[in-house]
Ligand binder design. Structure first.
Ligand code: CMC
Length: 379
């Protein structure tokens, strides 16, 4: 096959590596995560912590293993001084994703295993646990400081999902809110060779540190074609304003060739397997809060997109209105995606470095050849 024939723009359909972490089962429209159907985990009442353990340790934990994992996360629920200082001195207008990306990188300043240059399997798992525990604190403290409020101290008696909500608002979260957040964190946790996981693996393949690879993951997730879509989808629904306006708005946007945020996926062509579980969580939030407008706008947008383009919504659409219903500020939507996806990225970094080969693809050169250098005065 010629070089040009084997080239696929955007690497669509290209097999770029092997992984035993997860895969999209396109035939059955499921996400297989270490042998489990991801949706079964949410329906079976798993906690995000159990799923993070599954990602980091290849199997679901026993009761004792989960207790030990939760203890390890609790011990790490604190920020090093350098990162606390970084958050306090950041400009209030800094985007939470920019702040989070910088703070994740800065966690390496004081991570004992990073300082020791240890990239062993065991050290990588320890680094992942620290990152998982600390990222929610960065998100919440960064947000509150930007609002002129003091950070809320984390509570030892709350799960990761509950604590995240508590530290953002300063109020004890209700059961339905914890449930919706827990489901979203599970659904966001891992998704195969997506752009950010691939970016993390590329960095890890140079034997760069876990923190460097996760920083690459955060940077890659932020764009609106990837994780940034949950914020963009909510901005779109706010622009639509009312369910009555949704169909016309979508038709106009399609007419002017706009991308509709929260729709489409490179792999799923008959619907994102994670959407029904998140829709259910979003419906519970609507019922509990009595505000159904955003969910209705999303439903009408979905009907219109399917009728006009045959394109299904992705997870970011129901997550957007569920988070909005939980009173989460829109600029925190993508950082919350990070709080979850750390688990998947860390699993990829560990897997990559356990059996490493440098990721270094080739490309088709499209520039000129044979030019002759002339000194600057002769050009
Ligand atoms: N709105 C309008 N048209 C779309 C959309 C959309 N959201 N998604 C795909 N299309 C059209 C696209 O215009 C193209 O049409 P044509 O062949 O006529 O030019 C066709 O469908 C194929 O689209 P593509 O952009 O070439 O497909 P891709 O596989 O490169 O892109 C995608 C996938 C997710 C980037 C794209 O669907 C998109 O931009 N969606 C909006 C952003 C979004 O919601 N991203 C979140 C993705 S899922 C969660 C995550 O990973 O974070």
């Amino acid at each position: 096959m010629s070089e040009a024939n084997s080239y696929s723009p955007g690497l669509a359909g290209v097999i770029a590596g092997e992984s035993a972490i997860s895969c999209i089962d396109v035939e059955r429209n499921k996400l297989n995560m270490r042998g489990y159907d991801l949706v079964d985990l949410t329906e079976g009442g798993a906690s995000f912590e159990e799923v993070a353990y599954l990602l980091l340790h290849d199997d679901l934990p026993s009761l004792g293993q989960l207790a030990a994992f939760n203890d390890a996360l609790l011990i790490e629920r604190q920020l090093p001084d350098a990162v606390a200082h970084l958050l306090r001195t950041a400009p209030a207008k800094a985007h939470p994703m920019a702040l989070l990306r910088t703070a994740v990188s800065a966690l390496a300043y004081s991570d004992a295993d990073s300082l020791a240059g240890d990239t062993s399997h065991e050290a990588n798992v320890r680094k992942a646990v620290r990152l998982l525990a600390k990222v929610p604190l960065i998100i919440a403290a960064g947000h509150r400081l930007a609002q002129g409020q003091e950070p809320v101290e984390p509570r030892d008696d709350l799960s990761l999902a509950a604590n995240l909500l508590y530290m953002i608002s300063g109020e004890e979260p209700k059961a339905y809110a914890i449930e919706a957040m827990n489901v979203s964190l599970i659904l966001y946790s891992e998704h195969g060779y997506n752009a950010s996981a691939f970016a993390a693996r590329v960095a890890a393949s140079t034997l760069a540190d876990m923190h460097a690879a996760i920083t690459a993951g955060v940077a890659t997730l932020g764009g609106p074609l990837h994780g940034g879509a949950n914020e963009a989808a909510m901005e779109m629904m706010l622009e639509i304003g009312t369910p009555d306006n949704a169909r016309t708005w979508i038709l106009d946007a399609l007419q002017s060739k706009r991308k509709i945020m929260g729709f489409g996926h490179r792999e799923y062509k008959s619907g994102d397997s994670r959407v029904p579980a998140m829709k259910q969580a979003g419906l519970s939030v609507s019922q509990e809060t009595g505000e159904d407008r955003w969910r209705q706008i999303a439903e009408i947008s979905e009907e219109t997109m399917l009728a006009e383009k045959g394109i299904f919504p992705n997870l970011d659409l129901p997550c957007a209105y569920a988070y909005y219903g939980l009173d989460i500020p829109i600029p925190l939507f993508t950082p919350i995606f990070v709080a979850s996806r750390i688990s998947g990225w860390a699993a990829h970094v560990i897997e990559q470095q356990d059996n490493n080969r440098l990721i270094r693809p080739n490309h088709i050169y499209t520039g000129p050849v044979g030019r002759t250098y002339k000194s600057v005065g002769d050009r």
